[in-house]
Design a protein around this ligand. Structure first.
Ligand code: GLA
Length: 394
């Protein structure tokens, strides 16, 4: 019964999402150049040297361009998205992901700017878990918890990359072999992440992995967006809609308590579009624990696979980002730990809440929470997950 009502509500929400996309006057999927150029201007990929890690590994930069005015920069270090330019509703392009000037910024301490995250996105309580009766101990890199894979997660390794411009899409295939017990996780894990840019301003991220021992896995992407393209501004004026009737309350160190709470009547209700800033300072225990939003939402229609789950609209620029995924959860994080110490590429520093993340994923701490959807990957199985970031204007 509960499932049925969730299902109907989800359909209604997504129905209203697509309805608003079709009805609102100036909204369009791609700009005029795109429509004209679709058959003539092909996608392109430019490769260039980006620097060298302290261990002497060469890092490359790939610039993917489509014919709708979208450009995405990706480096082989951490598979990080280092730029993502999209037009506003007047056709003016700007980079909308928080980034650094050069490799040094990414090598230095930073909160996962643009990075691929693994083996386990989000937190594992007390940096330990048990699988098949074996206890595993990970690095405590977030107080006593394990965060985003540990001290040297997938955000800090150099990926092997193959680029191809086939037909209407530009594709980057990033491979990494995470060795048995790397960062304390069991199994040799073979990971393939594919970034694909098409001419409709969709950037897809496809994750695949196989293992030779039972292990846990939860891969995600940690881009920080600010659709204004002006990093001196906060993201509080962005409107967010989430197809989620519930979220996961957390304890004082941001580990889910295990409860699944309905968003109704809470600051976590984004079922209809709402400014990110509207309830972010509410007198609410969960908001206080997160220092704002830093929670995993339980997405609707989990049995439906790939579906649109989030939509962000920045009214001043008209830019819209939608997120489509087959994952059950999404961590909405409002850059609460950005504290004005890291330099922007625009001559200032990244201030509090100058970027937001929408990290599609399984729930945090799943290896220790038996009632959460499983994150176990076994030999012979294939881990598959897909997220699409789409850009349009309104
Ligand atoms: C995730 C976490 C946040 C924070 C950022 C990086 O989004 O949920 O608490 O750690 O990564 O700073």
């Amino acid at each position: 019964m509960k499932k049925l009502s969730t299902y109907v509500l989800g359909i209604t929400l997504l129905g209203s999402l697509s309805l608003s996309i079709q009805c609102k006057g100036g909204e369009k999927k791609s700009n005029a150049t795109a429509e004209k150029g679709a058959t003539t201007a092909p996608v392109s990929i430019q490769k260039s040297a980006y620097g060298t890690t302290p261990e002497g590994e060469k890092v490359e930069h790939y610039l993917l361009k489509n014919n709708a005015g979208m450009e995405v920069g990706i480096i082989t270090y951490g598979g990080r998205i280092t730029s993502l330019s999209v037009p506003d509703n007047k056709g003016t392009s700007a980079n909308v992901v928080l980034n650094f000037e050069s490799l040094e910024g990414y090598l230095n301490e930073n909160p996962y700017f643009g990075a691929l995250i693994g083996r386990y996105g989000n937190r594992i309580a007390k940096a330990q878990f048990e699988l098949d009766g074996n206890a595993y101990t990970l690095a405590g890199n977030d107080g006593e918890n394990n965060l985003h894979g540990g001290l040297k997660g997938f955000d800090r390794v150099v990926w092997e990359v193959a680029a191809s411009e086939a037909g209407e899409v530009a594709t980057l295939k990033l491979r990494y072999l995470s060795k048995d017990m790397e960062e304390g996780y069991p199994g040799n894990l073979n990971v393939l992440v594919t970034y694909t840019l098409d001419n409709d301003n969709n950037l897809s991220v496809d994750y695949e992995a196989t293992t030779d021992k039972n292990t846990v896995i939860n891969l995600t992407q940690h881009a920080y967006f600010n659709l204004s393209g002006d990093f001196s501004k906060t993201i509080l004026d962005h409107e967010l809609q989430l197809a989620a009737d519930a979220y996961l309350p957390v304890n004082a160190v941001l580990i889910p308590t295990g409860e699944i709470e309905n968003v109704e009547g809470t600051p976590f209700d984004f079922r209809t579009a709402k400014l990110m800033g509207k309830d972010i300072n509410a007198e609410d225990d969960q908001i206080q624990k997160g220092l704002g939003y830093d929670h995993c939402w339980v997405l609707n229609d989990q049995d439906q696979g790939l579906r649109e789950v989030a939509r962000v609209h920045h009214p001043a620029s008209g830019r819209v980002l939608t997120v489509t995924t087959d994952e059950p959860g999404i961590q909405f994080y409002t850059g609460n730990f950005l504290d004005g110490t890291l330099p922007t590429t625009q001559g200032g520093n990244y201030g509090h809440r100058s970027g937001f993340c929408l990290e599609t994923q399984h729930y945090p701490d799943s290896p220790n929470q038996k009632d959460f959807p499983s994150v176990t990957l076994r030999p012979g199985e294939k881990y598959n997950s897909k997220t699409v970031f789409s850009f349009l204007t309104q």
